[in-house]
Design a protein around this ligand. Sequence first.
Ligand code: NAD
Length: 322
Amino acid sequence: MKKVLVTGGAGFIGSHLCERLLKEEYFVINLDNFNNYYDPKIKWRNIQEALKSQNYALYAGDIRDNKILDQINEEQGKIDIVCHLAAMAGVRNSLKDPVEYVSVDIGGTVNMLEFARRNGVEKFVFASSSSVYGKNSKVPFSEDDPLEGQVSPYATAKRAGELYCQTYSEIYNIPIVALRFFTVYGPRQRPEMAIHLFTRLVMEGKPIPVFGDGSTARDYTYIDDIIEGVYRATLYDKTRFEIFNLGNSKTVKLSEMIAIIEQVTGKKAIIDRKPMQLGDVEITYANIAKGNSLLSYRPGSGIHQGVSEFFEWFEKNLGMEV
Ligand SMILES: NC(=O)c1ccc[n+]([C@@H]2O[C@H](COP(=O)([O-])OP(=O)(O)OC[C@H]3O[C@@H](n4cnc5c(N)ncnc54)[C@H](O)[C@@H]3O)[C@@H](O)[C@H]2O)c1
């Protein structure tokens, strides 16, 4: 049985990934420090299904701490695959605490690459972000587009992570795939992300903060499509280093997204309009031809259905409580 180390496996995307890898009959090791960027109770809830499996081991610790990484090696033996998802993930928060983003998203990533080198892993998958496209104006964004500059410390840290991945792949021959996720949503979405935040506020009858005139657009990608892409990336073996967009390749305007939330919840949103914020970009839009041809990545979820699935989870799990 192959062993996969998932970092950030208690988070939104990581917890879904662990469940999928368990289904694929991997032994899954989750390293997560349950930080309080959002309520750690949510993260504990995320992993309840996985904890029932005999093929799942949980380590509550930090990706920058070599003591816990050594302990994982001692107790679990050689690791075959690393899926590195742990990060400080919020764009806006990175403007408040840029130094922490350097420490976790760059320093932590290099530490995990060192771990991969020591273990001679067969694959390292890195969670990057559509935010690396920053100021790019040509849409849809393609992996080989020149990057015209990132507009948040988070995006810069993710770009640095990609560059370290490329360097480690080059000098140590490690097979690495970096995946640029485009705004992921669905059950367990982080509470500060727009769909989750807006749904909660709408349900509470409170105003929702809308930055700009509602015309900004995002390529929202449903969690199941992302997980399928990550799983396929773990199997990819045609080249030593690749970057892939994982998006839906359809854009939805902020105003449209709010209308969908109104339909799904059956409640009217109260809009609190605010100016565009530092770090925000006008549009994200993925060209997914490369993933389509090399990973057979074919996202299939529509936004209306996806928001409905999110809302079903929201009502069942969180209601108004968080
Ligand atoms: N959600 C999105 O739309 C999106 C888009 C692009 C990229 N990404 C990337 O995907 C990954 C997962 O994002 P998510 O939305 O699931 O976020 P998340 O915050 O829910 O998950 C990240 C997890 O990493 C853990 N973590 C943070 N710092 C750690 C550290 N130093 N040591 C160990 N664990 C640590 C957190 O406790 C958390 O459980 C991140 O790398 C993020 O940057 C997410």
